[in-house]
Ligand binder design. Structure first.
Ligand code: SF4
Length: 189
């Protein structure tokens, strides 16, 4: 587990050190104040893994979800708080759940209107190309990343994204969004 990460830094970190899967969920949550169940689970656990405390994780979700006028503080407490506490092993089976790895994100089904999972696996080429351009990936690298993802080399596509955005390869190969993040922080911290 990383050192304590304040939630005030998440917007910046999502642009510099998140892998695309987590960046997409962060941006979706920030712009729509909503994230479906599996997305919440995957992103809450990722945040836990980068060192966001239980209290800060609750505060982050409360702030974002309650920007939706239909979601009251009371409804948040009844419907969403349990999942966050559960993920930290504070309720239910009291298991200290670990963030999900790439294989799980790649294999988990993603339904219409859902933004969790691995974008290199689940997104069509046009959407991926547009997103990579939004992330300011060089056009020549966008071509390679979309080619790798089309051929089913999702983690290689993600590694190319890392290389393109950090101007160097990760020190260690990764198969986990939190390992991607850790490699990025080693370079950018
Ligand atoms: Fe996330 Fe792994 Fe896909 Fe990269 S390869 S976007 S870290 S699930």
């Amino acid at each position: 587990q990383s050192e304590n990460t304040p939630i005030s830094k998440l917007d910046d970190l999502s642009k510099t050190s998140y892998p695309l899967c987590m960046r997409v969920m962060h941006e979706h949550l920030k712009s729509t104040h909503h994230l479906r169940n599996t997305g919440r689970l995957q992103y809450q656990l990722f945040l836990k893994g980068i060192g966001v405390s239980l209290e800060d994780n609750i505060e982050f979700w409360r702030t974002e979800l309650c920007k939706n006028p239909q979601l009251t503080d009371d409804k948040f407490s009844k419907e969403y708080l349990y999942q966050i506490r559960y993920n930290y092993g504070k309720l239910g089976r009291r298991v200290d759940y670990r963030p999900h790895g790439c294989n799980k994100l790649i294999l988990d089904p993603v339904g219409a209107g859902e933004v969790h999972g691995c974008p290199y696996k689940h997104w069509d080429v046009d959407s991926l190309t547009k997103k990579l351009a939004d992330c300011k990936i060089a056009p020549s690298d966008i071509g390679e990343i979309t080619r790798l993802s089309k051929e089913g080399h999702y983690i290689l596509a993600c590694t190319k994204f890392f290389e393109s955005s950090h101007k160097q390869m990760p020190g260690n190969m990764f198969m986990h969004p939190n390992a991607y993040y850790a490699e990025s922080r080693k370079i950018l911290n």
